[in-house]
Design a protein around this ligand. Structure first.
Ligand code: ING
Length: 303
């Protein structure tokens, strides 16, 4: 059967003072460890070049712009692309994207996919932005992604790569069933998702104490209900006063967790993914063509 050795390359905390050069050196070290364990594809976290800056409310444009990339690869990220090409490893990389389109500055929470030959395969811009667009009075850490980013404008696309069809998502997207279903309807067999998930998102302990459970629940459900492998990678650990959960994991189309990180630091977890495993689920319980009844689902796409 068709197999793909995939790795989740979890990053521990990135301090505000950590330079891109220092971060890229850690990413390259994770690449080498993944390569030594046979990985062909490595999934890095969301916004993995800087600290998770949407936890703060900033107003100075230069201070804010310093967290974004205006080119990918750029001078400081090129070594990562070169190392991956030499190791013949493809990768998913999450970063803050700043582009000027028609003279307008646009900001997105973005991921890219690069294949084993170092070729650019595709780009995704995060569609589900959690939190708020203005600071909330009673929160220790803010969550201001709606202030720092626009909703993605590229849709949920699926790319021919690694001998299969691969989709991308980012963080909060993994909590929304539509994310997986649209990509599965487009034929994906594997979905890659990076995340930064603080354990105090609402300030309500009944909710926040279930953050790890909700992380697993979302990813396992998405994988099983759409017969997809899901590689989900955390930026983890105690970062600038915020506790980000780890639990980077590789989940099979059966919904089983095949591998999971046990630390909240830099850590690689690897699994040999049987891409034909999805076929069994698609021929039986989740044969979309035979079982779906779209005429009863219309409400889902109404505002
Ligand atoms: N972070 C979080 C996520 O969706 C969050 C926001 C945290 C939601 C905790 C619910 C609970 O995983 C991002 N960056 O989307």
């Amino acid at each position: 059967s068709r197999t793909l050795v995939a790795a989740a390359a979890q990053m521990g905390p990135i301090a505000l003072s950590d330079t891109r050069r220092e971060v890229v050196a850690r990413l390259i070290a994770l690449l080498h460890e993944a390569a030594s364990r046979g990985a062909e594809l490595v999934v890095f976290p969301e916004l993995t070049l800087t600290t998770f800056f949407p936890r703060w409310y900033m107003t100075d444009p230069d201070e804010i712009d310093a967290f974004y990339e205006t080119e990918m690869p750029g001078r400081e990220t090129l070594p990562l692309f070169e190392a991956a090409k030499k190791l013949r490893i493809g990768f998913y990389l999450g970063y803050a994207e700043l582009v000027v389109e028609n003279g307008v500055k646009r900001r997105f929470n973005t991921s890219i996919l690069v294949d084993r030959d170092g070729e650019f395969v595709g780009k995704y811009r995060k569609i589900h932005l959690p939190g708020w667009d203005a600071p909330q009075p009673d929160l220790k850490s803010q969550h201001l992604e709606k202030y720092y980013f626009e909703p993605g404008d590229l849709g949920f696309n699926v790319f021919e790569a690694f001998g299969t069809r691969v989709g991308m998502a980012i963080c909060n997207d993994r909590r929304w069933p539509e994310t997986y279903r649209v990509m599965a309807l487009r034929g994906s067999e594997m979905i890659l998702v990076g995340y930064n998930t603080p354990d105090d998102h609402t300030g309500n302990f009944d909710f926040d104490s279930l953050t790890q459970f909700h992380n697993q629940l979302s990813i396992q459900a998405g994988a099983y209900q759409n017969s997809n492998w899901v590689i989900a990678t955390a930026k983890a650990g105690h970062e600038e006063g915020s506790n980000l959960i780890g639990q980077s994991m590789i989940v099979a189309p059966s919904g089983q967790i095949v591998a999971m990180a046990t630390s909240t630091d830099d850590e690689v977890v690897v699994a040999k993914c049987d891409l034909d495993m999805a076929a069994l689920y698609r021929k039986t319980i989740f044969d979309f063509a035979r079982h779906r009844e779209p005429e009863h689902y219309r409400l889902i796409v109404e505002n």
